[in-house]
Design a protein around this ligand. Sequence first.
Ligand SMILES: Cc1cc2nc3c(=O)[nH]c(=O)nc-3n(C[C@H](O)[C@H](O)[C@H](O)COP(=O)(O)OP(=O)(O)OC[C@H]3O[C@@H](n4cnc5c(N)ncnc54)[C@H](O)[C@@H]3O)c2cc1C
Length: 388
Amino acid sequence: MKNTTVLISGASIAGPALAYWLSRSGHAVTVVERAPALRPGGQAVDFKGETHRVVLERMGILGEVRRRQTGGTDQTIVDADGRPLAVLPGAFTGGDVEILRGDLAALLYERTEAGCEYVFGDSITSLTDTAGGVHVTFERGAPRTFDLVVGADGIHSNVRRLAFGPESDHVRFLGYYYALADLDTGPGGGMYNEPGRMVALGGPKSPAFFVFASERLDYDRYDVERHKRILADAYRGMGWRVPELVARLPEARNLYLDSISQVRIDHYARGRVVLLGDAAYGNTLGGFGTGLAVVGAYVLAGELAAAGGDHRTAFRAYEEAFRGYAKVARQGGAGSFLAPATRRGIRMRNRLFKSRFLLWSMLRMTDMFATDIELKDYPALTGTSTAT
Ligand SMILES: Cc1cc2nc3c(=O)[nH]c(=O)nc-3n(C[C@H](O)[C@H](O)[C@H](O)COP(=O)(O)OP(=O)(O)OC[C@H]3O[C@@H](n4cnc5c(N)ncnc54)[C@H](O)[C@@H]3O)c2cc1C
């Protein structure tokens, strides 16, 4: 059984990372991306620990990632008068190496565009799994048949919906929303909390970063003007520099708002369709999404090569190798950590950052999660024996 043509939905991190390995191991890869071009996006994502480092190294991009790194910036937590209360260390939010998501996506795209077919501005509308391949229809392009289809299209995955069922069956809303706004926020930054609400200015993630507790909201995910209104409503009456910030929201050049949610799915594969990255183990702002996507791409491609293209064996092995590692994506919730619901919760969270021991323990735990997988050597991918 030889599976040679692969359609990947999503050209952010997981998709191009898999495209890199699959094209190296002899597959004909097509990547379809809904956005009209590679999506820029100024937020930082990070890698931590030995496993991430080894995979980036095997991909030959570690040096370039380091060259483009943003450098973990400390964030000062302030009170309503701007007085410092505690410091959120860059090492905590930025891992070992931090890079803008858009820069990483561009880097992966540069490494794969010559060897793969990229189709922008299109999306899959149906998948029919047959004995001979998956028949795929598109919003714009003509129908085609592929041996395999991979959903690397994020936490709101289209492929997951088409092949596994509605999002409500697989995505758990965690009671918070977050937003990133590209705004001129003036000099100085800081992170400010009131119960259930947080604003960070000038931090490592974005010029303005918001996290707020909320009931589930009903809105169009692509209606940015509505996102601005949601944000203005959520932040009404908050202190510090927030009124000035809310007044400037209409000027935001880029604004991205989404729920804080977790993916919970029993199996990553169904027939010839498989999920990768946030589509399979997304956990918004959980801090592991990019590492999981890159390591997952390596393992999935490696198992496909090891199984000689037998997708059933390969998908089973990918799931067995990865399920334990991806458990980290079921950890806690960034929402209640970044925007605790009570004043007491805010004080306790701030105290955490004043204790060297607690901070050290948290960083150690993070490192343990990030390295909790026995990374196999897949000679068909790397061409050498490089087992760790
Ligand atoms: C614009 C943007 C900003 C982000 N900002 C942050 C951040 O600040 N911090 C953080 O930790 N993580 C952020 N993430 C998520 C982070 O990139 C992922 O957690 C992680 O890198 C795993 O990546 P992924 O490729 O699995 O999913 P994603 O990065 O979410 O990528 C999914 C890709 O699929 C595409 N797509 C969606 N629907 C379709 C469809 N129907 N057809 C084809 N393509 C489709 C999307 O446009 C996107 O390019 C962001 C993601 C995006 C897209």
